[in-house]
Design a protein around this ligand. Structure first.
Ligand code: PBG
Length: 333
């Protein structure tokens, strides 16, 4: 496509910017409540709402609080929430067995939400880090993150989450071959309709810091995730990963983090036309909140602009901690 314009003054771009009505008519990308997935942190206990210092406005909630948040999401019209468990350190082991315990915190939360708010889509996290004494997304032996053994563990986790009623599984681990293994296990178990949103192009990023505090993985994690997450300089590799995951049976794909990787979102959408999502991660949220707390930027405007950027870059939706705030704003509440 090559947009054509007359020379100035025949073409004056300011004509169509003159009033709110004309600006509305010429707006290309839009953000709607239906574009949002709301990530939230669940912890054990009852009546608990525990602030996460590096994520102002975000709390770890016990399941009763998660249920209230799920109802709030439904009222606001947010189509999906995504659950991340804060696991009791005493339950973390080297084999990560708590990850596929049918009654672990995440699976109990899924069941409770699906019973109380059945129309809300529940997305999960498929990765071992919350359960791993080593803090890594895969099993560790002699300092090496094992691929195929980790995939076997992720498949067990997958089946437990599907059994609990999850609508969308979100493998965030970046092991090779996990999508195909998860998909065939789901088919064999009769879970034909459980969707997979693959964290296909997930970069080794500094912007995950606040999240690791939120799920209690910061202390456990030694070293970095560079042997399985992507190098920030790579772009063609992202396309190869997305293609691989789509061929293995992913229904949707994700680029993560969001704002530093908008070019990847655009390439992925243009190349494959698959449902494409960005994760506006904890550090992106923290930056906007911290700058606004200092009085340096306007949080609502920065929030809206950053989210619209994802739509402009071709994303079908965004995982964002701003989901309830922006949904309320979009609905004029
Ligand atoms: C780990 C996982 C991470 C996030 C989601 N799942 C962190 C990591 O890879 O270390 C980050 C989300 C965020 O920063 O908001 N499985």
């Amino acid at each position: 496509m090559r947009p054509i314009s007359a020379p100035t003054p025949a073409a004056r771009f300011r004509r169509m910017r003159r009033t709110p009505a004309l600006r509305a008519l010429t707006q290309e990308a839009t953000l709607g409540v239906g574009d949002l997935i709301w990530p939230m942190f669940v912890r054990d206990g009852a009546g608990i709402s525990e602030p996460i210092p590096s994520m102002p406005g975000v709390n770890r909630l016990s399941i009763d609080g998660i249920l209230r948040a799920a109802e709030q999401a439904a009222t606001l019209g947010i189509p999906a929430i995504c659950l991340f468990p804060y696991t009791d350190p005493a339950l973390k082991t080297a084999d990560c067995a708590e990850a596929w315990n049918p009654d672990n915190l995440a699976n109990r939360a899924i069941r409770a939400i699906k019973a109380a708010v059945p129309d809300l889509a529940v997305m999960t996290d498929v990765a071992l880090d919350p359960y791993n004494i080593h803090g890594h997304d895969g099993l560790v032996r002699d300092g090496i993150i094992l691929n195929d053994e980790s995939v076997e563990a992720l498949v067990k986790m997958t089946l437990a989450q599907a059994e609990a009623g999850a609508d969308i599984l979100g493998p965030s681990d970046m092991m090779d071959g996990r999508i195909g293994a998860m998909r065939s296990a789901l088919e064999m178990a009769g879970h034909h309709d459980v969707a997979i949103l693959s964290y296909a192009a997930k970069y080794a990023s500094a912007f995950y810091g606040p999240f690791r505090d939120a799920v209690g993985a910061s202390g456990a994690l030694k070293g970095d995730k560079l042997t399985y997450q992507m190098h920030p300089g790579n772009s063609d590799e992202a396309l190869r990963l997305v293609e691989r995951d789509l061929r293995e049976g992913a229904d949707m794909v994700m680029v993560k983090p969001g704002m530093p990787y908008l070019d990847i979102c655009r390439r992925v959408k243009d190349t494959f036309g698959a449902p494409t999502y960005a994760y506006q991660v904890s550090g992106e949220y923290a930056m906007i909140m911290a700058a606004s707390a200092n009085g340096w930027i306007d949080v609502d405007r920065a929030m809206m602009e950053s989210l619209l950027g994802f739509k402009r870059a071709g994303c079908d939706g965004i995982l964002t901690y701003f989901a309830p705030r922006v949904a309320a704003m979009l609905r004029g509440m």
